[in-house]
Design a protein around this ligand. Structure first.
Ligand code: ADP
Ligand code: ADP
Length: 228
């Protein structure tokens, strides 16, 4: 699914965010990305989504060589990747339905198929009955579920979740994890950056720890490994 070889990223201001990342993530894996703030986790996920480009090294995502990818091909890559953020990033003036439908409008869908798919993913996250609401009328956990529905609407092979439970209380966080686990069980690869010691130590998965732009630990069914 993802392969990186000696990937380095230096920002224009000279900050070396990634200093030589080597890794492989296979289809269907669930990977936690841990490490302190500033370690390079977001830069890592941004490279996969091609929001940033590597300074050197090789990156393959879903069989595509990102270092050789032309700008016009980036949308095709992004269609295969869903992204969920800590702060949800829903469009505040649009309804829940529209927030999800918006993600589908990019791909040519018939109106009928689109409606069907929007309601299907809203049902999957338990929010079919809130389709007409706007984000402000929903709790944080519900808003994150909408963001997840939007992220999976196009059947992505890969879901990147950047601290998806960072703004949520523990109970709500577990609900979100349950949904992410279901999505993973259906075959979608998940990379989740997190600071939650409880989640990582309870739902055991592969753990990749990044420090100062390097992978310092890569464990099958690993621990969080830092103080919470
Ligand atoms: P994390 O997600 O683990 O907190 P980041 O990837 O956001 O880490 O940041 C890694 C390093 O790169 C930090 O020193 C951060 O300040 C720096 N950085 C991140 N984004 C940018 C940017 N757009 N321009 C310059 N420096 C950046
Ligand atoms: P920003 O990029 O400043 O966060 P935008 O208004 O561009 O704000 O996007 C808000 C949210 O809507 C983001 O989460 C973004 O991923 C999503 N978004 C933007 N454009 C599209 C689009 N064409 N299809 C699906 N989602 C989109």
């Amino acid at each position: 699914m993802i392969k990186m070889q000696n990937v380095k990223k230096t920002y224009p201001n000279g900050v070396q965010a990634l200093n030589g990342i080597d890794l492989q993530i296979d289809p269907g894996e669930f990977v936690y990305l841990v490490g302190q703030s500033g370690a390079g986790k977001s830069t890592f996920t941004k490279l996969i989504f091609r929001e940033e480009t590597a300074t050197s090294g090789e990156i393959y995502v879903s069989g595509k060589d990102l270092t050789k990818m032309k700008r016009r091909d980036v949308p095709y890559l992004r269609r295969e990747i869903g992204v969920v953020y800590q702060d949800f990033k829903l469009l505040p003036k649009m309804t829940i339905y529209e927030n999800v439908a918006f993600a589908l409008e990019v791909v040519e869908e018939t109106p009928r198929n689109m409606r069907k798919r929007v309601m299907e993913v809203l049902d999957q996250v338990g929010l079919k009955n809130k389709a007409r609401f706007i984000p402000d009328e929903l709790s944080g956990g519900e808003q994150q579920r909408v963001a997840i529905a939007r992220a999976i609407a196009n059947y992505p092979k890969l879901l990147i979740a950047d601290e998806p439970t960072g703004n949520l209380d523990p109970d709500t966080s577990w609900e979100i994890m349950k949904i992410l686990e279901e999505i993973n069980a259906s075959g979608t690869t998940i990379i989740m950056a997190t600071h939650s010691k409880e989640i990582v130590n309870t739902i055991k998965r592969r753990v990749i720890a990044i420090e100062d732009g390097l992978i310092v630990r890569d464990q099958h069914r690993g621990d969080y490994g830092y103080e919470a």
